[in-house]
Design a protein around this ligand. Structure first.
Ligand code: GLY
Length: 358
């Protein structure tokens, strides 16, 4: 390794921020003056539920007040999970094909190298808190279905018989009215999205909430990096369907030395590519968060089967990534169209534009 005496002194004095050690691109020189920041999908700065703060605002306030970075992020996403008006996350999330709300979440703590997740969890409004309990109180990473619910009950969580709201139940009834046995794809046509897409066109489902989800990532002034993703998953999914959100490497990945990435959008596409892990590895090679995220979207596009492509070859579905590196640099990227992601730092909470891949 070659690092000059001048670089060494300057680094120690906080005067420089050399991203990598020369010839050792996988080794990051610790940053001396990190500006804390929290980023999230756009709903992280719109939903306030019954508080006067948004997700990113609360997480940033708590994190900079000394709360552990992951605890602060979880407290932030709890706002969105508890809000019935966000029909893509937690309580009031759009149910599966049998009308049951099943929730997924995972979280990861960079410095502690701890992670936990739940999938197909029923009856608990805040799956991120159950994921955290899996992380804190078990030797496992991922609990699913009735096992996850029983674990939550034993951990003292209130188990509710139904997490639907009137709105989510009415949307499900409309789904049942429109759908037919074709819900299970005809191998010749494979057009299972048709009913749901027509409901989006007719205003029954917010296009942002078909896959929905919130991902929230943060770094504190000590350089502790963490992330959390939580969702009710794909609206009207086959019971038992698990998307990308609770799967490490897909819906979320954190590496204390490098950064964090998480996603919203079509989980199946992300699972095919383990994009959050891919993005973190791009960061490790020195890529800017924007370039790392765009590289993942291009990889997803290249790995997309024909039925999911437009004539132009571009994927017909959308996918977003929220990327934060260990220097506090961040970006949100989207396959197409545009949109915004949430940010909170010392300048306050706001939205910034997503960078568009196609
Ligand atoms: N990204 C959320 C899901 O596909 O379940």
């Amino acid at each position: 390794m070659s690092i000059t005496r001048r670089e060494l002194i300057a680094t120690a004095a906080g005067l420089t921020a050399a991203p990598v050690v020369k010839n050792f691109p996988h080794i990051w020189v610790p940053q001396s003056s990190i500006k804390p920041v929290v980023i999230a999908s756009g709903n992280g700065n719109t939903v306030k539920h019954d508080t006067n703060e948004t997700c990113v605002q609360r997480a940033f306030r708590m994190m900079t007040g000394g709360t552990d970075v992951l605890d602060a992020l979880v407290a932030g996403v709890n706002i969105v999970e508890l809000d019935p008006a966000d029909t893509s996350v937690g309580y009031g999330g759009l149910p599966n094909a049998e009308g049951v709300v099943q929730l997924d979440s995972c979280l990861m703590h960079g410095r502690k190298k701890w992670a936990g997740g739940v999938a197909c969890l029923e009856g608990v409004r805040t799956p991120s808190l159950v994921a955290r309990a899996v992380m804190q109180h078990t030797d496992h990473h991922l609990l699913v279905g009735p096992g996850a619910r029983e674990f939550a009950r034993r951990m003292g969580f209130t188990i509710e018989s139904d997490l639907n709201t009137d709105a989510s139940r009415r949307a499900w009834l409309e789904w049942m009215r429109r759908t037919d046995p074709g819900h299970y794809l005809d191998p010749a046509k494979r057009d299972g999205d048709a009913a749901a897409l027509s409901m989006i066109e007719d205003g029954w489902i917010d296009p942002e909430h078909y896959y929905g989800t919130i991902n929230c990532n943060g770094i504190n002034d000590k350089g502790d990096v963490a992330g959390v993703t939580t969702t009710s998953g794909l609206a009207f999914k086959i019971p038992g369907r698990v998307g990308d959100s609770p799967i490490l490497g897909a819906g979320l990945y954190v590496d204390q030395a490098v950064g964090a990435a998480g996603s919203t959008g079509r989980g199946e596409a992300n699972l095919y590519n383990l994009s959050s892990y891919l993005i973190v590895e791009e960061l490790r090679r020195g890529a800017h968060p924007k370039d790392a995220g765009i590289a993942a979207l291009k990889r997803v596009a290249a790995n997309t089967e024909k039925r999911l492509q437009l004539e132009s070859g571009r994927p017909a579905f959308n996918l977003q990534f929220y990327v934060l590196d260990a220097k506090g640099r961040h970006a949100g990227v989207v396959m197409f169209g545009g949109g915004r992601y949430a940010v909170c730092d010392e300048a306050g909470p706001r939205h910034e534009d997503l960078v568009v891949a196609f």
